[in-house]
Ligand binder design. Structure first.
Ligand code: ADP
Ligand code: 5GP
Length: 189
């Protein structure tokens, strides 16, 4: 079994920013592309940020037992990790990097045990989270409120993760995340 690293947080906390930074660092990490039935945002491409499925395709995949885990993250909107992603990445000798919601993150950690590192990215406050989601300008006001409403609940999961990175000053959070990952992979110098 290879290694897996899981980044989870409320939406807008900075997971994608941190995960994209780590992917550029030549740590032997590869991103697990999740499946979703939400619409692509901005420049997002099928097979890169997500596999964009219709709800019908997604349900077919559930019935075929293709998912390691999946969830209805928002009402009517499924997200899930395909088993084939993990196999594909391990076969290339890489470790898997996940960006999933908090419940998915804990489920994946449970499946891989000691071979997994679970990291919770914590925003300084819910008010800051709202500012970041507004600043990102990728979601409607209604979608932002939906995400904020969920965030307060998601924050209560932090202590169940192996480690917590507070994303206040971005440079500090990136540096801390890289160190934690290096320690886990044994590439610390
Ligand atoms: P997530 O993947 O958790 O939903 P993103 O990585 O997309 O979050 O970050 C949400 C927004 O906040 C983005 O516009 C990003 O550039 C910005 N952001 C991330 N980290 C910080 C930070 N430490 N300070 C200020 N803005 C940040
Ligand atoms: P977004 O729509 O902002 O890309 O993602 C919404 C939420 O779904 C985020 O918290 C993201 O981490 C989560 N998510 C993305 N992929 C998966 C997945 O494969 N499984 C689960 N459980 N959540 C996911």
């Amino acid at each position: 079994m290879g290694k897996v690293i899981i980044f989870s947080a409320p939406s807008g906390a900075g997971k994608s920013t941190i995960v994209n930074y780590l992917l550029r660092k030549n740590l032997g990490l590869e991103f697990s592309v999740s499946a979703t039935c939400r619409a692509p945002r901005g420049q997002e491409q099928h097979g890169k940020e997500y596999y964009f499925f219709t709800q019908e395709e997604f349900k077919k995949r559930i019935d075929a037992n293709d998912f390691l885990e999946y969830e209805e993250v928002y009402p009517g909107c499924f997200y899930g990790t395909l088993k084939s992603e993990v196999e594909r990445i391990w076969a290339r000798g890489h470790s898997v990097l996940f960006d999933v919601d908090v419940v998915g993150g804990l489920n994946i950690k449970e499946k891989f045990g000691k071979n997994a590192l679970s990291v919770f990215v914590q925003p300084p406050s819910v008010a800051v989270l709202r500012e970041r989601l507004i600043g990102r300008a990728t979601d409607s006001a209604e979608k932002i409120e939906e995400r904020i409403a969920k965030a307060e609940y998601e924050m209560t999961f932090a202590e169940r993760f192996d480690t917590v990175v507070v994303n206040d000053r971005l440079e500090d959070a990136l540096c801390e995340a890289e160190q934690i990952v290096r320690n886990f992979l044994g590439t610390d110098v």
